[in-house]
Ligand binder design. Structure first.
Ligand code: HEC
Length: 379
């Protein structure tokens, strides 16, 4: 044992009460560089050792607050300065919307930095060696014994007095701990070449396997990706056609399903003879017809189709639709006027679908009948 450098004297105890007593006595003796090791947190130990509250909390506070502040500044800069977009009419600096993110960043940075500070500042990582590591003492106190270790660099330390002290508090075993020569020479074991090579290998293998699975494997047969199907998006060029246009016009003469071409352009009379109103008179049809008539026809023809124009001379007044002429017209003949227009009245074919035109005609019929009611209508 000679030639080795003493690190500490350790005492081993059998019960938690004994270790608490030993810690209290150590404080009384005036030892400052000592520590207690127990297999689980022993209640009342911090009091017995007269430990001050850990300073870790201050680091958590500082890093938490700087998280809050950096979140606030980041969001403010992004959404009010760098890329201002009005969302839902809210102001660019909309504090309530920032709160959840600020809260999250506060918790995140406080939590991460607390662990980092604990590891690197308090535990002095990357130095991961300690003279107590791998000793019989450590094996015992991490299983079922309780131990105290009084360090040789304590100002009150002397081998005889510490031995006497440990005997005085009835230590079951007293073991001196020496510095391991290797530990003194290679303090940063974590940086051993073997370990670095191991880390590099793990990093290479994981990233290689990940890259291969997500970029190659997933695209091999039988995996199938909809985004990989051959297709052209709107406005894209196509090498297939001589003109290079990807978007094609329908073949000449194509008729869309459910769509009938208007065959009476310029021939309103034959439209009147041929076309039959396919929409039966119903509450719904009249309601639709009234809505559309009021919107598209009433500005010129008046709400009652009597020619009471609301355009006040900005457009020639149309004739009344209650004339004998229009009343004796067939539905098909009126359809021709709505579809093609008549003289200065424009076409309403782009405003009204075919079915809506027939509904408007049903409504005009109802208006006509209202102004020319027969005896039978009021019975
Ligand atoms: C911009 C005003 C205007 C609007 C809107 C308008 N019309 Fe006319 N309409 C006229 C004028 C003006 C005439 C007369 C055209 C002419 O000189 O032959 C007319 C004529 C007609 C005639 C023929 C009447 C006749 O005696 O020859 C019918 C039927 C008719 N309109 C129905 C409609 C229907 C149905 C609508 C709604 C879809 C409508 N109009 C919307 C201005 C309008």
């Amino acid at each position: 044992m000679s030639g080795k450098i003493l690190y500490s004297y350790t005492g081993i105890f059998d019960t938690p009460d004994q270790i608490i007593h030993a810690a209290e006595k150590a404080v009384e003796e005036g030892y400052t560089k000592y520590d207690v090791n127990t297999p689980y947190p022993v209640h009342g130990m911090d009091k017995a050792m007269k430990l001050k509250p850990s300073k870790l909390g201050y680091f958590a506070l500082v890093f938490g607050l700087s998280g809050t502040l950096s979140a606030l500044l980041t969001i403010w800069w992004m959404s009010a300065i760098n890329y201002p977009i009005v969302i839902g009419g809210k102001p660019l600096f909309s504090f309530p919307a920032y709160v959840p993110i600020m809260f999250e960043v506060t918790v995140l940075s406080a939590a991460i930095m607390t662990v980092v500070v604990m590891l690197f500042f308090f535990f002095k990582l990357p130095n991961n060696s300690h003279p107590l590591h791998g000793t019989v003492y450590m094996k015992k106190v991490s299983a079922d014994k309780y131990g105290i270790s009084i360090q040789a660099d304590d100002p009150k330390f002397s081998e005889s007095s510490v031995r006497k002290f440990l005997e005085g508090v009835h230590a079951a075993e007293i073991i001196p701990i020496y510095w391991d020569e290797e530990e003194i020479n290679h303090q940063n074991k974590i940086f051993e070449p073997k370990f670095i090579v191991f880390l590099a290998a793990v990093a290479l293998i994981t990233s290689g396997v990940t890259y291969f699975s997500f970029n190659k494997l997933m695209y091999m047969v039988p995996f199938n990706w909809m985004m990989d199907q051959p297709k052209l998006s709107a406005q894209q060029q196509s090498p297939i056609f001589a003109d290079g246009f990807g978007m094609r016009l329908p073949v000449a003469g194509t008729v869309a399903r459910g769509y009938m071409l208007y065959q009476f352009t310029g021939q309103p009379d034959s439209a009147g003879k041929t076309l039959v109103n396919p929409i039966p008179v119903s509450k719904e049809s009249l309601a639709l017809g009234k809505t559309k008539f009021d919107i598209y026809c009433s500005p010129c023809h008046g709400y009652n189709a009597d020619g009471a124009s609301r355009l006040r001379g900005q457009f020639p007044n149309p004739p009344s639709l209650h004339s004998d002429k229009v009343r004796t017209w067939t539905d098909g003949r009126i359809f021709a006027v709505i579809t093609e227009g008549q003289n200065i009245m424009p076409s309403y074919s782009s405003q009204l679908s075919v079915d809506e035109r027939w509904a408007v005609i049903n409504y005009i019929r109802a208006l006509q009948r209202a102004l020319n009611a027969k005896e039978s209508d009021v019975q």
